[in-house]
Write a protein of this length. Structure first.
Length: 380
């Protein structure tokens, strides 16, 4: 039986990556620092996924175990040495913190004379996640390890998409997920191309598909949250029951479509259907997705290469409309959640500094048309 090491035993790791790996006949070692989750995985060696749709069908995931990388790094290193595949779903900001133990695991493969190739997939909400992780890992490798990795270890970029709402259950391993799931892997970064997973799409060039996902799902979901919050909604479903909010989401996705067609040559009719499916996913009545969860970390979401500013910049470069995206960005700037440190920080910045200075600092924009248009929108 094939062996996988997966970093991140949270809801996405268990509710998406774990399901696909199990369906492909892998044993899975989940690596995390959450003691409760790791202990439960080792005690039960299986868990249940509920699909958020009519009938609420259940899927059993088995042949799993947990390793606490804070307490037992040597076990993680040995697991990597024996792995046929390594995956992550821990959040982009955490990738640097697992780089050293991954490097040590790869050095151990070299020490044990393992010459079978292995791929490491960062399944994160970011462009170029695996490439980023590869650079972080490289900093911890010896010269011999670097040569070994160059020959035997791939870091193919990946894109993943499945809505897993915030949730709490008596069983800490139980997880509810939406029916839809999409996992795309870029083949040109693979060192073990013979190992292809069922339920995973493989593409030579991943960038168009990553941008389609990030600019559609992430931008659309965040638009639902921030516009919905401004309208007083507490959940995404409640937000989209407001015609003005839903209309704003549809208008933002129309602008995104114009960019994806112009930049990548996607077929417009196919994108329209894709965007209808996305909205229907947001409207799933079996998922209670709090706006506070989707809207958290607004400063990060206003970043230069993030889900709003990047498509706005690229639309402006092509002389295409981005007015509805601007309106959504203005809703991000006024979003308030006292339990979200970034929301609190953003409001403090706006209260103590000129608007233009805050916009420059948060978005990374330079002087020009987009900056002036955004400031004008914020000052309305």
């Amino acid at each position: 039986m094939k062996k996988a090491v997966h970093f991140g035993a949270g809801n996405i790791g268990r509710g998406f990556i774990g399901q696909v790996l199990t369906d492909n006949d892998f044993e899975i070692a989940f690596v995390d620092v959450n003691e409760e989750i790791i202990n439960a995985l080792n005690e039960k060696q299986s868990y249940t996924i509920e699909i958020a749709q009519e009938g609420q069908p259940k899927i059993q995931v088995s042949r799993v175990r947990g390793i606490n990388n804070g307490q037992n790094p040597d076990q993680v290193i040995q697991a990597i040495a024996e792995a046929d595949l390594v995956t992550t779903a821990i959040g982009p900001n955490i990738l640097p913190f697992i780089a050293e133990v991954i490097a040590r695991g790869l050095e151990e493969r070299l020490a044990q004379n393992h010459h079978r190739n292995v791929d490491i997939l960062a399944c994160e909400n970011m462009i170029g996640g695996s490439s980023f992780l590869a650079k972080e890992v490289d900093g911890y490798l010896s010269e011999e390890g670097r040569a070994y990795v160059a020959k035997h270890v791939g870091f193919p970029n990946a894109a993943v998409d499945r809505i897993v709402p915030a949730q709490s259950h008596e069983d800490p391993l139980y997880v509810v997920v939406e029916p839809f799931k999409e996992w795309v892997v870029e083949t040109k970064g693979m060192k073990n191309p013979e190992l292809r997973l069922e339920q995973v799409h493989y593409e030579e060039d991943l960038e168009p598909f990553i941008e389609r996902k990030l600019f559609s799902v992430n931008s659309g979901h965040a638009t639902s949250a921030y516009t919905g919050a401004k309208a007083g909604a507490k959940t995404i479903l409640e937000a989209l029951q407001n015609p003005e909010v839903k209309g704003q989401v549809e208008s933002v996705l129309a602008e995104i479509r114009s960019l994806l067609v112009a930049k990548w040559g996607f077929e417009e009719t196919g994108l329209e259907e894709y965007h209808k499916v996305i909205i229907s996913r947001f409207e799933n009545p079996y998922i209670v997705d709090d706006i506070a969860r989707v809207a958290r970390t607004p400063i990060r979401k206003l970043g230069y290469d993030e889900r709003f500013i990047r498509p706005i910049r690229e639309l402006a470069e092509r002389n295409l409309s981005y007015q509805h995206l601007l309106e959504t960005v203005s809703a991000v700037f006024v979003y308030q959640d006292v339990n979200d440190p970034q929301s609190v920080e953003l409001q403090e910045l706006l209260a103590t500094k000129p608007v233009k200075e805050v916009v420059l600092e948060v978005t990374g924009l330079e002087e020009g048309e987009v900056l002036e248009a955004l400031i004008a929108q914020l000052e309305k």
